[in-house]
Structure formats: structure tokens, C-alpha cells
Design a protein around this ligand. Structure first.
Ligand SMILES: [Zn+2]
Ligand SMILES: [Zn+2]
Length: 446
């Protein structure tokens, strides 16, 4: 048994989100992608919270799914956990801080209490599904734990320059600096698209903490672009229908008495994230880590500070460097490559490219052809099943030789990525090497 979970997304009530993002749409895409457990997202928003209460029923403790009326049975199989994101903007130590944090709630009742307390403190919850509050991260953490100690509080996309706990522009240099004596209550961090676990393994403070990955999707097709996979922790077998909030919470807290643990995470190649390298997109300046060290962080074109990428930020905060030789790469029976730390102390990860991106490349860059092919393949199986599990023979039979070769290349980590910077997404190339390119699996290691 495994639970593929995507516990950070946004609803149509958040800014820059597809107007289609309602609970039915999310369930439909989760089914297509092969995701078992989804975030509801945005439960602090009054209208979205009403939709949650009207359309979801609790199927096991703290886990919900669509109610029967009018919804196909397959959609009811998508489970939901009450997860939301809050943006704290405040001053601390003469600096403006902007930090996004995820809050997982064990029940609707607990959500209501948090919502009431936020309102009492003057938060405007109707303006955005991801509300902006003037409450510091630390005070917010204290507030929710006082309401209910089962709440999980997870700093989101921790390396993005503008809105995260370690962000180069408005974050902190440590969890301790941000959360003070409450930092022990931070059991996990969410890596975001621009970093992978290797980068996070180099940070002392993260040694004992869980590393989770979610999509932060703003539309259905982006669901599961990163995900966390939970597996059984001991002999006890449980089915997807029996999973509770507590199972997920204990896995994230690394509580060995729990029925689940984190098996592995599914990651972007971090170069594909939009803040991997340092630069200015409007000035056409883009530096890798070494170039940034050499050239500094002032833009030679406009003279303003560059947006320092995640790669450099990690270098600044890390206490050790992990080289390629220190990693352990293990391929399973379908060539899927799991990347482990040297001692294999931590859950491994796999790096994936979304199927639609792969199909774009195998269909000469034609979005229409790629889309049609995607829909055709999704009549056969779901996306994660195809990317992570299907044997090559079957892929060749259903999708052709080129697709088979492309999937093999991704599973073996042999893709090339042109790194993203200053808000520009990186570009994956499966078949041809770009002049600047070198294999992503080597490039991410400084
Ligand atoms: Zn965010
Ligand atoms: Zn510039």
C-alpha cells in the first residue's frame, strides 16, 4: 500500500488560480494523476469553507471525500485533508519578513476555531484563499497550537526568495531565528519546486526534520507535480480507506508508533523551478552558483540587487557539501532511480517530469497533439502509474517507442535542464543536449 499525497494546492478563491478549481475538478484531476490524498487548500476562505462543508464528508478520522450525490464513484475515492496556507507579513529585526506556512487541521471543528481566532485578530479572510496576515510566523504557530495541539504547521516552499522562511529577500537564516523557542514544533519543511532533498540534507537544522514535497498547484493539470508518498511503517496492513489524519501526522512527525511513514518524495528536477539560479529576467542576467560567488549579487545592467536563487541561498546556509559520490542511486525493477543519502538514513526521492511536458517533446512541441495524446493515455492508466510503475513493454505498446525511450530517460535521471531564474521556469530537455546543459543529476550538486 502506498498513499501518494499532494497536501498543498489552492482553490479558485486564491489569486492567480484557475476559476475551475473546485472540489469536483480537483477530484477529477487527482484521479487522472493517480493521487490518493489531496489538500483541500484555502479553508480559511469563507466561501471555500462552505463548499468544503457542503461537498465533503468525513470518511475516516480527519480525512474527507466528495459526498455521493451526483459524483461518480471513482471521484469519491480521492481523499482530502484540511490543509491551508497563510502568508505572514511583518517586521522583525528591522526587516520586512514574508513567510508562507501550511496549516493542517484534524477536523472541521478545529478549522472553525482557527478561523474565529484569525478574525478576532483582524485578518481579512475573504480577500484571498491564501490570506495575508500581520501576525508573525511564531505568533501564528503559538496561536494554532493553543487551539489544538494536533495541528501541523509546516513552512512552505522554504527556499523561494520572496515568500519563505529561508528566502533570500525576506526570510530568516534559521528556523530558530524565525520561531525561537517554538521551533521544536516544526516537524517538517516543504521544499518547493526549486530545491530537492539533497540541497536540504546539507542544512544542519533540517537533519532531524521531515522533508515533504507538494505541488502548490493553481490548476488541475499541475496537481502532483511534486508529492509525498506514505507507506506502511510496520507489519500492520492498512487500506487507503482506513487512513486517518493521525496516520499522516505521525508519519510527518517520525513517530515510530504510527502506522505510516514517509516512503519517498516525488520531486521536480530543481533546475526546473523558477528560482534555481540567480539573476534578473528583464536584464537578461543569469548566474549559476559559482558565477554568483565571482560576480556578486548586484545586477551589472540595472545596478539593483539580483534575485538570489535557491542554489546560492542553500550554499550560504549549509554546513556541509554533499557531492555526487556521496549519494546512493538505486534503480528498481522498472529503472526508477531512488536517490539516497550516504547512510540511507533519510527517505529517498525520485525526480520526475510531468507527463504533459514529456509528451510535448515527443510530439514535436505541438500542444494540441500532446494534449490529445495525454487524454488518450489517461484512458489506459493514470499519470503516476505510467511515469513510475508501468513496464517498458506496456508503455511501448500503448504509447509508442519514442514515449518509452523518453520515460526511460527520465527514470534514469538522464534529462538535461536549462535552469530557471528570477521567476522564469527552467526547461527540461529529454533528447537533446543544449550547449549550456549538463546532466541534471550532476548539475544540482554545485
Ligand atoms: Zn506559498
Ligand atoms: Zn537588472
Amino acid at each position: 500500500m502506498q498513499v501518494i499525497a499532494d497536501l498543498q494546492i489552492h482553490s479558485k478563491y486564491s489569486r492567480a488560480v484557475s476559476p475551475k478549481m473546485n472540489l469536483t475538478e480537483i477530484s477529477q484531476w487527482a484521479t487522472k494523476k493517480g493521487i490518493n490524498l489531496m489538500a483541500t487548500g484555502d479553508w480559511t476562505h469563507p466561501l471555500w469553507f462552505r463548499e468544503i462543508k457542503e461537498n465533503l464528508k468525513e470518511t475516516s478520522e480527519g480525512i474527507y471525500s466528495l459526498v455521493g450525490n451526483g459524483h461518480a464513484r471513482s471521484l469519491q475515492e480521492t481523499k482530502f485533508l484540511l490543509s491551508t496556507e497563510i502568508s505572514s507579513i511583518y517586521s522583525q529585526g528591522d526587516k520586512v519578513r514574508r513567510v508562507h506556512n501550511l496549516i493542517f487541521s484534524p477536523s472541521i471543528r478545529v478549522c472553525e476555531k482557527v478561523i474565529n481566532e484569525l478574525k478576532k485578530q483582524g485578518a481579512n479572510l475573504i480577500a484571498d484563499g491564501r490570506p495575508i496576515v500581520g501576525i508573525s510566523s511564531k505568533d501564528l504557530l503559538q496561536m494554532v497550537l493553543e487551539i489544538n495541539e494536533k495541528i501541523l504547521f509546516i513552512p512552505a516552499h522554504i527556499w523561494t526568495p520572496w515568500f519563505s522562511v529561508f528566502g533570500s529577500k525576506s526570510g530568516f537564516d534559521s528556523l530558530e531565528e524565525c520561531f525561537g523557542e517554538l521551533s521544536d514544533n516544526i516537524y517538517a519543511v516543504e521544499t518547493g519546486l526549486s530545491s530537492d532533498p539533497i540541497m536540504n540534507w546539507q542544512i544542519k537544522e533540517l537533519e532531524a526534520r521531515s522533508i515533504v514535497s507538494f505541488s502548490d498547484a493553481h490548476s488541475g493539470p499541475k496537481l502532483g507535480r511534486e508529492a509525498t508518498v506514505f507507506v506502511e511503517n510496520n507489519q500492520e496492513t492498512i487500506t487507503n480507506n482506513q487512513i486517518t489524519y493521525e496516520d499522516i501526522a505521525k508519519a510527518i512527525k517520525q513517530d515510530s508508533s504510527g502506522r505510516l511513514k514517509i516512503g519517498y518524495t516525488i520531486e521536480f528536477f530543481p533546475e526546473e523551478g523558477k528560482y534555481h539560479w540567480t539573476g534578473h529576467r528583464s536584464c537578461n542576467i543569469r548566474y549559476n552558483a559559482l558565477e554568483t560567488k565571482k560576480n556578486g549579487v548586484i545586477c551589472p545592467v540595472c545596478g539593483k540587487p539580483l534575485t538570489v536563487g535557491v542554489e546560492n541561498r542553500v550554499l550560504d546556509l549549509s554546513y556541509k557539501n554533499i557531492s555526487q559520490e556521496e549519494l546512493v542511486f538505486i534503480q528498481n525493477n522498472v529503472d526508477l532511480t531512488f536517490v539516497y543519502d550516504q547512510e540511507k538514513k533519510r527517505p529517498p526521492f525520485v525526480s520526475m517530469v510531468p507527463l504533459l511536458e514529456i509528451l510535448l517533446e515527443t510530439n514535436d512541441g505541438s500542444p494540441t497533439k500532446a494534449q490529445n495524446e495525454y487524454e488518450r493515455l489517461m484512458n489506459w492508466t493514470n499519470e503516476f502509474e505510467l511515469l513510475l510503475k508501468k513496464p517498458y513493454q506496456e508503455i511501448e505498446k500503448q504509447g509508442g517507442e519514442t514515449l518509452m525511450t523518453a520515460i526511460k530517460t527520465v527514470r534514469e535521471r538522464k534529462v538535461f535542464v536549462d535552469p530557471g531564474y528570477d521567476g522564469v521556469f527552467g526547461k527540461v530537455k529529454i533528447f537533446k543536449e543544449t550547449p549550456k546543459g549538463s546532466p541534471a543529476s550532476q548539475q544540482s550538486l554545485f
